[in-house]
Design a protein around this ligand. Structure first.
Ligand SMILES: Cc1cc2nc3c(=O)[nH]c(=O)nc-3n(C[C@H](O)[C@H](O)[C@H](O)COP(=O)(O)OP(=O)(O)OC[C@H]3O[C@@H](n4cnc5c(N)ncnc54)[C@H](O)[C@@H]3O)c2cc1C
Length: 265
């Protein structure tokens, strides 16, 4: 079975986020990059699928030079092949343009049965790339997947559980499929030292627009149908107020303040 996994590098959201409000984008250079946390679950699910059903895993990312790190991590975890998708023409791509570049890579890899991706990225947060990828490729779209029950590679079928409001839905779908996974579907493993050292020396192959047969006028900011026109950063919180004195007085003052603020009646 051929398994592809889409991994995005994102800024560490535990760190302070800085925005370029003029351009409507994150100031990515000012923040430490990490693997999108949801993609760690996607990668682990790809590894488990290979263990249970055989096959090979190809990991891809679209991003600049430093996004090679997420592919090195995937190599350290023993994926078979990686490709970084990069071209000046890809800069400023919206979700559909991003999905069309990822789709071109999946077509180039060829005969892919399952594409794993995360439910969403922690920076763009749109959560639509998986569904767009399925639409472009004509694969079954399986979103919010919380468990893979069975895969029948010979008969090209997959049965998954989807997390829905208040319950679980069981879906049978045809392969090939795009499976976007939620947090907690598995427990992502960590690479061992030997894997990290081996991956550190490996070349990360790149594919550009020409390699992928991507029409440059349909990607990047010029080829994107959506545009971030404004980003508003919430104002910093005030310092607050500490009430002091007798407990009864504090409770009375607090109650008055909550009534004034219409929190209680
Ligand atoms: C209008 C617009 C303009 C933008 N301009 C820029 C820009 O100038 N510079 C910039 O850096 N970003 C830019 N972005 C953000 C970038 O294009 C997004 O990363 C992309 O649209 C994917 O959206 P998302 O992160 O919300 O993906 P989601 O749909 O939230 O991600 C779901 C899953 O898709 C996969 N995935 C998503 N993106 C990638 C990727 N690149 N490689 C591999 N797998 C991936 C992952 O598995 C991820 O878990 C822009 C976005 C928009 C909407």
């Amino acid at each position: 079975m051929k398994i592809a996994v889409c991994i995005k590098q994102v800024p560490d959201t535990e760190a302070e986020i800085k925005w370029d409000t003029q351009k409507g984008v994150l100031k990515r250079d000012s923040i430490d990059p990490i693997t999108n946390p949801f993609d760690e679950f996607a990668l682990e699910e790809a590894l488990l699928t290979r263990e249970n059903y055989d096959g090979e895993i190809v990991a891809i990312t679209m991003g600049p030079e430093r996004s090679s790190d997420v592919l090195r991590n995937a190599l350290a975890l023993t994926v078979n092949e990686v490709h970084r998708l990069t071209d000046d023409a890809f800069a400023g791509s919206d979700t559909y343009a991003t999905a069309s570049v990822l789709a071109a890579a999946i077509k180039k890899i060829g005969d892919v049965d399952i594409v794993f991706c995360g439910k969403q990225s922690t920076d763009g947060n749109t959560g639509v790339v998986g569904a767009e990828l399925a639409a472009i490729l004509g694969f079954s779209p399986l979103t919010y997947v919380s468990k893979i029950r069975t895969i029948d590679a010979a008969n090209k079928k997959i049965v998954v559980e989807r997390a829905i409001e208040g319950g679980t839905e069981v879906i049978e779908a045809k392969l090939p499929a795009v499976v976007s996974v939620i947090k907690g579907i598995n427990e992502p493993r960590l690479p061992n030292l030997m894997g990290i050292r081996k991956a550190a020396k490996m070349e990360i192959p790149q594919w550009n627009a020409d390699d992928l047969g991507v029409d440059k006028s349909k990607v990047g900011s010029a080829g994107s149908s959506t545009k971030v026109v404004e980003i508003a950063v919430p104002p910093p919180r005030g310092a607050g107020e500490i009430l002091k004195g007798e407990i009864a007085d504090v409770v009375n003052t607090l109650t008055d303040k909550l009534i004034d603020l219409k929190v209680i009646k």
